[in-house]
Write a protein that binds this ligand. Structure first.
Ligand SMILES: [Fe+2]
Length: 135
């Protein structure tokens, strides 16, 4: 079951960023499948780590685009990325020491964060970049 499928409503109109968001949501859905017992024998910590590596690389490419185009909300947006990576690291640590309850907390936190961030900050960035001529 896909808890958070990527749909057009999440599009920021920049193909590269949309494709990266799709991968991020795939990781999240994979974690939900594990919680729901639909996937077994998965290395959960590895999925969290792979997802974190992907998020860092996605955030870096967004930040490069924002910086090179002089996006006015660059610093604030970059700070949101930094906080997410920090919180993800903290939750990973909690999960490693605590067990399955924390996986639910981690995935729910991520789901809320991603929807908020994509619908707010990333959409606003996407509009600026499209107006600037990025596609
Ligand atoms: Fe972002």
């Amino acid at each position: 079951m896909t808890i958070l499928p990527w749909t057009e409503q999440y599009s920021v109109d920049i193909r590269k960023i949309d494709n990266q968001h799709k991968i991020l949501l795939d990781y999240l859905n994979k974690l939900y499948d594990i919680i729901l017992g639909e996937t077994e024998n998965e290395d959960i910590v590895k999925i969290i780590d792979d997802m974190t590596i992907h998020a860092i690389s996605q955030f870096r490419s967004e930040e490069q685009l924002m910086f090179s185009t002089g996006y006015p909300k660059y610093s604030h947006h970059k700070l949101q990325h930094k906080h997410l990576i920090k919180q993800l690291g903290d939750l990973r640590e909690k999960y490693c020491s605590d067990g399955s309850t924390e996986l639910v907390e981690l995935t729910n936190f991520l789901k809320d964060w991603l929807v908020d961030h994509i619908m707010g900050s990333d959409k606003s960035m996407g509009k600026f970049l499209v107006d600037y001529g990025v596609y």
